[in-house]
Ligand binder design. Structure first.
Ligand code: ATP
Length: 345
């Protein structure tokens, strides 16, 4: 198990006006799976390539268990990277592909064969060692790429969007497989994705990067409960944003005053809360009288757009609870203080 430390990791590509990655600092505990999440072009792959040793940083440091690996060549670092377009050797069998890293390390052929068989069972491909990659489905090829990386028991596993070429069903299967194997083998893993759902489901912790800069590094649920700033909150989406002012205890906005949770920030900014946390009815604190402007059935949920104090609020909930609610109705809602969050400028 390996603790990974990224310290102010920066990359400025030659001729570029701004860094592709700007002072990324992350502590990744031994055996943890961390997702680097962000939109296309934010610098995720650049970060991974530097950890793998395929690209040298312009500044900063990378430590495995407290030792800088910057001077180590890729094959000396003990990290293995699985690319988005998993590059299997097309003319080699699946078994030869999976066993390749062990062969390079001079492992005895009989032992290689045994370990390859075991590995193929672990990635749910038993008995397919004799096939060529072209005789496998895309999902199977992806699992071969994962097997080839895991068989050398890397200190650090680097996965660059390994699920992006798979259809919805295979994504779920592969996601579960990665999590199971990563936990069974206790391999410190960094996983790059632009898909927030994938990041929050898979990772112990998520690092959100926007425009080359890390904005929040936290357990997944904190991105929903306590987003660091407006950009983080908007990246995760599905929120109400109401402009106004906080004195730390209450928020003064277009619909009057509402009570905030004890740790709320003071200042001008935005009150934010999730549509699913708005409560229909007026039994708690922070009650607001609203006019129902829109009602949309979404299948498993119903969404209401409500007007109050000249602003709009979105709320969602179980369709059954809105059976009696019609567009044009006046209803009362409440905003539980512990579901509110203040973003200050
Ligand atoms: P994606 O999700 O699309 O793969 P990413 O977040 O992994 O994107 P990077 O590939 O790290 O992003 O790219 C970050 C920025 O650096 C982009 O603006 C990209 O154009 C630029 N970039 C990447 N590789 C190079 C390179 N070799 N030379 C110059 N600029 C590069």
């Amino acid at each position: 198990m390996t603790h990974v430390s990224l310290q102010d990791l920066t990359k400025v590509y030659p001729g570029a006006a701004s860094p592709a990655l700007d002072r990324l600092s992350l502590e990744i505990a031994s055996g943890d799976l961390v997702a680097i999440l962000g939109p296309s072009g934010c610098g995720k792959t650049t970060a991974m390539k530097m950890v793998a040793g395929l690209l040298s940083p312009s500044a900063g440091n990378i430590l495995f268990d407290g030792r800088s690996v910057l001077k180590d060549k890729p094959n000396e670092r003990g990290s293995v990277m699985v690319f988005q377009n998993h590059l299997l050797f097309p003319y080699m069998t699946v078994a030869a592909n999976v066993g390749f890293g062990l062969k390079m390390r001079g492992v005895d052929p009989v032992q290689i064969a045994q370990r390859v068989d075991r590995m193929l069972e672990q990635v749910r491909l038993p008995g397919l060692g004799g096939r060529k990659p072209s005789e496998l489905s895309g999902g199977q090829q992806q699992r071969v790429a994962l097997a080839r990386a895991l068989i050398v028991q890397p200190k650090v596993l680097l996965l660059d969007e390994p699920l992006s070429n798979l259809d919805a069903h295979l994504r779920l299967e592969m996601r579960d497989l990665i999590r199971t194997l990563q936990q069974e083998m206790s391999i410190t893993t960094i996983f790059v994705t632009h898909d927030q759902e994938e990041a929050v489901i898979l990772a112990d912790k998520v690092a959100l990067i926007l425009d080359g800069e890390m904005r929040q590094y936290d357990k997944a649920d904190m991105f929903y409960r306590r987003p660091a700033d407006g950009a983080v909150a908007r990246f995760f989406g599905g929120r109400n944003f109401i402009p106004g002012t906080s004195d730390g205890a209450s928020f003064e906005g277009p619909f009057g005053s509402v009570k905030l949770p004890p740790d709320a920030m003071a200042g001008r900014g935005e009150l934010t809360f999730r549509p699913e946390n708005v409560v229909l009815g007026g039994c708690g604190p922070n009650q607001l009288a609203c006019l129902v402007a829109q009602k949309t059935f979404l299948g498993t949920q119903t969404r209401l757009i409500l007007n109050t104090g000249g602003t709009s609020i979105e709320m969602t909930g179980n369709p059954a609870q809105f059976d009696g609610v019609r567009v044009g109705d006046h209803i009362t809602i409440s905003l539980p203080p512990d579901t509110l969050w203040m973003l200050t400028a």
